[in-house]
Design a protein around this ligand. Structure first.
Ligand code: PLP
Length: 378
């Protein structure tokens, strides 16, 4: 069997992206965000390569299930895994999962900090705290700051293993939009408050891709990149040209042309008998909304053999209509590969801009039905 619709993931490119990242953040440790199945690329193979070959030692996931799955799948690898969102400390049984699998919950609510400190089973798990500096999503709030310090003192905790916060707006110009600077100022004040209370902060991080692309927040011991390591810039389209990031996509999304026919403007196409907008040649490609090629891709444009091609008609579950211009009439063949995005990150960013989506979504919406095929060219 040959996979004719697939996400080809190239570890060499991940390696190149990592090397480039190190030129931007030579002094920082990397906590690589691999939640949502490594942004759709396959968490286990990505972490295995990042850990064994690139030497990355810390990874971030969203849920305890993701953390447990990662640990169980790679029990022979040495790395730390942090759970950022759905830590489920309120479910009593989970202390055992955290302890036995060496997974660290990121505590982002006062109630979770209390549970963590009260339960002696968590004693040997690093204390990792995330504070809200203005994102207003997860994070211990400033109104709970004093109480959290009180709790740390009550339980004689004089060290925070890793102090974190998260930027809400680093995809915008940090020079122009005050928000990121304000959050960073609050974060620095927070560190001082801990110091003044005799609490040592061992490691700290706040910068995600957008901040890294603008070399911001690098005074902290760690950075937490997600998107950029997979390829694309995370900056907003109107500001992207200012990005210091020069990565390539680690993945190419490819499908196959499984049928072709000539069409005239107005010919009905597929469900709803949508009239074809122009004369040309239609190629049916073997990808549809069941694969994550959503109906919102209707109208999207791609480049094929240097000419524009676009999605016409309504997208089906397993197929879509691509309209090629008449000049390509003799150059589109059944069995040929049709590439939706490739190594050039700007293609994927153009597509996400055109669809009014973010590149994160384009990656994450790919369904499990799309095989992830890994290659490592020498
Ligand atoms: C807490 C936290 N840190 C870092 C990241 C990485 O963000 P990005 O993919 O924009 O680099 C995320 C991603 O959602 C996150 O939730």
């Amino acid at each position: 069997m040959r996979y004719r619709t697939r996400l080809c993931v190239d570890f060499n490119v991940l390696g190149e992206n990592f090397s480039f990242l190190k030129t931007l953040v030579p002094k920082n440790e990397i906590l690589f965000m691999v939640k949502a199945n490594a942004y759709g690329h396959g968490m286990v193979p990505i972490v295995q390569y990042a850990n064994k070959v690139l030497g990355i030692k810390e990874f971030g996931v969203a849920t305890i299930e993701e953390g447990a799955y990662l640990r169980d799948s790679l029990s022979n690898c040495e790395f730390e895994v942090y759970v950022f969102s759905d830590i489920q400390l309120d479910l009593g049984v989970n202390w055992n999962i955290y302890r036995s699998r060496r997974i660290t919950p990121v505590l982002s609510r006062l109630e979770d900090l209390k549970t963590f400190l009260e339960n002696r089973s968590y004693n040997h798990i690093p204390l990792v705290l995330k504070y809200n500096t203005g994102m207003n999503r997860l994070g211990i709030s400033d109104k709970d700051l004093e109480k959290s310090i009180g709790l740390l003192k009550k339980y004689n905790r004089t060290h925070i293993s890793h102090l974190m916060s998260h930027f809400s707006s680093s995809f915008l110009s940090i020079n122009k939009v005050k928000k990121t600077n304000n959050q960073f100022r609050v974060f620095k004040e927070l560190k001082k408050i801990f110091r003044d209370n005799g609490i040592t902060v061992e490691k700290s991080s706040i910068s995600n891709s957008g901040a890294i692309e603008q070399k911001f927040g690098l005074e902290e011991s760690h950075v937490r990149p997600g998107l950029i390591l997979y390829g694309p810039s995370s900056l907003s389209s109107d500001f992207r040209e200012k990005s210091l990031w020069k990565g390539k996509n680690i993945s190419s999304l490819e499908t196959t042309i499984i049928s072709t026919f000539n069409v005239k403007k107005g010919d009905p196409l597929g469900y709803g008998a949508i009239p074809c907008p122009e004369d040309g040649l239609v190629g049916i490609v073997s990808i549809g909304y069941g694969d994550g090629f959503l109906s919102s891709y209707q109208g999207a444009t791609f480049s094929f053999k240097g000419r524009p091609a676009r999605v016409v008609g309504r997208i089906s579950m397993d197929m879509a209509h691509i309209l090629f211009p008449p000049s390509l009439k003799n150059d589109v063949h059944v069995g040929e590969t049709f590439r939706i995005w490739g190594e050039d990150s700007s293609e994927l960013l153009d597509l996400s801009d055109e669809l009014k989506r973010i590149p994160y979504e384009l990656f994450c919406q790919l369904s499990p039905r799309i095989p992830r095929v890994y290659n490592l060219t020498q």
